[in-house]
Ligand binder design. Structure first.
Ligand code: G16
Length: 539
């Protein structure tokens, strides 16, 4: 029998009293969901449970994912975000509801807000709700999972706990579940299914090619370590040699500490304690394995970073060349953010002749822009990205009648790339295989890959300010609208530097503002970054 609104209210209130909202905190669904100190997240995660059920009910019982992770943030932080049925980030219009529920002051207000969302969106609260969830390796994870379960039970949602997964693995599982009975199932909705799919695709893509260069991977002491080892086991050492380091997941305080993709990218240096052999390939994952950057040292021991821009360029070049050989006419496009190095955008546009779109930071923005192309390649400079093959692109490739073995090979490779790439979201493990497969085809090491273009020296600085919300931007975050007058001061500084560029934006995952600067020389890029940062300190 359907429950009455009154019964629903009291059920939610009963559970909600167990998860009181901490006083004095304003929560916001940011770049990648809610993210802050794990100790402050209990009520937020409980309420995300309520929202996940609403979202599923709104979508006729399709399965919604909830990932508990703070990705690149320090060990004491945690976070939570929702995954939509096709493995995409939560639809933007729902972020407002998430923020509203998270900030309800009392149990009473929460239940009222919950019912108001249901009413506004005409959601039948007695229809089925299905939710799957997982977490990373953080110490605060188990307690937050308990809060989430309470939220789901309070509104009678069915759920499955996938325990510890990388963020992209959960995105994959969500898409698999929701496509299982369609004409194009995405795969088996299990961790094993994920490994099998990627391993098989990698073996096909690299068939008959030399083994890729040996790669050493810094797993940021996070969930990516054990998962990558498992993936490597499925692929087999006949096909790839992966050496995983920084894989102490039980030493929770070491997560992302002086290692990992964010550390290497922002510090532009090796993870602490790594002693690299010259011209060998290295990579760093972040705490939930949704980002990856590569790097190496040359014979003069100079460090070279192969970041998201370099990955995008390598992938774009490879796919463009395969399309040219195959003769299949598909439009390739690249999506970047303001953080993309000026040299990379120039290389993509002028040399590869691929159109480049710029969006605000956040995978959700890049993903949507990439969907406008037959094959959309998106990468943030920080190493977060993937490649999307549209349904019509897949049909063109599958139905293509090759006229010669060269064309057939190119089409087969493109189709197996589509299976190798986790198309739901940026995935460090899948991207690792993608890059190494391309290097195997080209018979390249990291230095040949790095030759495509030379990065303009750049610097990224994190500045703690009184109120980061005071920073409002326009033009895909390349210009500040507020605080008033600041952009003019930045412009005046930038003008003094050859090839100078700088912008300021509020982080959506940390309580800080980020300053990016690039210029013709290392000295100038550093100086510009410092001078722009100094402008913020007087605010
Ligand atoms: C998240 C987002 C990324 C974004 C990054 C930094 O990554 O998924 O799209 O680039 O945060 O964002 P911000 O500069 O706003 O802090 P992750 O890997 O932390 O989930």
């Amino acid at each position: 029998m359907d429950s009455t609104p009154q019964e629903r209210l009291s059920q939610i209130a009963k559970f909600s009293t167990l998860h009181p909202r901490p006083e004095g905190h304003k929560f916001a669904y940011g770049t990648a969901g809610f993210r802050l100190l794990g100790s402050l997240l209990d009520s937020v995660v409980f309420r995300v449970g309520l929202l996940a059920a609403l979202r599923s009910r709104k979508l006729d019982g399709e399965t919604i994912g909830v990932m508990i992770t703070a990705s690149h943030n320090p060990p004491d932080d945690n976070g939570v975000k929702l995954i939509d049925p096709q493995g995409e980030m939560l639809e933007a219009s729902w972020e407002t509801y998430a923020t509203k529920l998270a900030n309800a002051e009392t149990d009473d207000e929460l239940t009222k807000d919950y019912l108001a969302v249901a009413e506004a969106l005409k959601i039948n609260l007695d229809s089925p709700a299905n939710v799957v969830f997982a977490r990373d390796t953080r110490a605060s994870g188990p307690a937050l999972v308990a809060a989430l379960k309470d939220g789901l039970q309070a509104v009678a949602a069915d759920y499955t706990d996938y325990r510890i997964l990388t963020t992209p693995q959960l995105h994959y599982v969500v898409k698999c579940i929701n496509t299982a009975t369609t004409a194009t199932p995405y795969g088996k909705p299990t961790e094993e299914g994920y490994y099998e799919k990627l391993a098989t695709a990698f073996q096909i893509v690299t068939m008959g090619k030399p083994k890729p260069p040996v790669i050493t991977v810094d797993a940021a002491n996070g969930v990516g370590g054990p998962k990558l080892k498992e993936l490597a086991r499925y692929i087999g050492s006949d096909h790839i040699d992966i050496n995983v380091v920084k894989d102490e997941i039980d030493a929770v305080e070491k997560l992302n500490h002086q290692c990992g993709a964010d550390f290497v990218k922002t510090q532009q240096k090796l993870p602490l304690g790594l002693e690299p052999a010259s011209l060998e390939l290295y990579a760093s994952l972040d705490g939930d394995a949704d980002r990856i950057v590569f790097y190496y040292v040359d014979e003069a021991s100079k460090f070279h970073l192969l970041d998201g821009d370099k990955i995008a360029s390598l992938v774009a070049m490879f796919i463009r060349d395969l399309l040219a050989v195959s003769g299949v006419d598909l439009q390739v496009g690249i999506v970047q953010t303001a953080y993309a190095n000026g040299s990379s955008s120039k290389y993509l546009t002028d040399i590869l002749k691929v159109p480049v779109t710029v969006t605000p930071t956040g995978v959700k923005h890049l993903h949507h822009a990439a969907q406008l192309f037959d094959i959309g390649i998106y990468f943030e400079a920080n190493g977060h990205g993937t490649v999307l093959f549209s349904n019509s692109a897949m049909k063109s490739l599958e139905s293509f009648e090759a006229q010669n073995p060269g064309q057939q090979d190119a089409v087969t490779t493109l189709l197996s790339l589509a299976a190798l790439i986790n198309q739901t979201v940026g995935d460090a493990l899948s991207d690792l295989l993608l890059v190494t497969a391309i290097l195997s085809h080209k018979v390249w090491g990291p230095d040949e890959w790095n030759l495509a273009y030379t990065d303009l020296p750049n610097r990224l600085v994190r500045v703690v300010v009184k109120d980061r919300m005071a920073f409002k931007t326009e033009d895909a975050e390349r210009r500040l609208v507020e605080p008033k007058g600041l952009q003019a001061q930045i412009d005046a500084l930038v003008k003094k530097y050859k090839s100078g560029r700088s912008f300021v934006r509020a982080s959506g995952t940390e309580d800080a503002v980020r300053v990016y600067a690039e210029a013709a020389t290392r000295l100038e890029a550093d100086e510009l970054a410092v001078k722009v940062s100094d402008l913020l300190k007087v605010l």
